[in-house]
Design a protein. Sequence first.
Length: 203
Amino acid sequence: MTRSRALVSCALLATLAACADEADPRLDASDDVARCKQQLARIYEGLLAYEREHGGPPPGSGAAFLGALIDSGLWPRTEPVALALSCPGVEPARLCGGAAASTWWQSPRGACTAYAARDQARHPLAQFPTHGGEALVACDNELGPNHARHTNVLCADGSIVTLDLEKLKADGVLPPSADRIPIGPEAPEAVLGGALRKLSRGE
C-alpha cells in the first residue's frame, strides 16, 4: 500500500470511529481518558525510536512489547517511566501486587500495566509503522475497566481511537450487561475490524 493510500485508509478509519459516536468522546470523557491519550502518544514516539534503532518493532508480546522500551535501554528504568507505560485510569497501587513502580518492569509483568499491547507471537506486525487498521496498545487490565466508559486504542500509524462502551451496547455490538470492551481473542470483529484481537495483556 502506498503512503497516500495508507493515509486515506487511516482517515477513513478515524471518520468511521467518530461517526459511531453520538458525540465526540472528547466532549464528555473524564480527564484520565485525555491523560491516557497523551501517554499513548508518548509510547508511540518510543516505539518509533525503537524501530529506528533496531530495524523493527519490539518482538515481545503484551507487556513485554511495552517493556522493550526499558529493556533495550531506550528509556531509563525509573518509576516515572514505569508509570508512563500504564494507563493513568488505574491507580498504581492496584497494579503488580502493590509492588513499587520502580520494580514493575521485570518479568513476569502482565499484571504491572493497565495496557494490553500487541501479541507479536500470534499476530506479528509485517511492518512498522503501518496503517491505522493495526492496533498496538489499548486500555485493558485484569482488575476491570480502566475508564468509566471509554477505551483508548493506539494504532500503528500513531492515531488514537476512543471507543465508547455505552454506544457499542446501544448499537448491539456488545450485550447490555457488558462492563468493558473486550480486548484480545474475545474482542468482537465489529470493533475496529477485529484489530483488538491482536492484543494481549500477558508476558
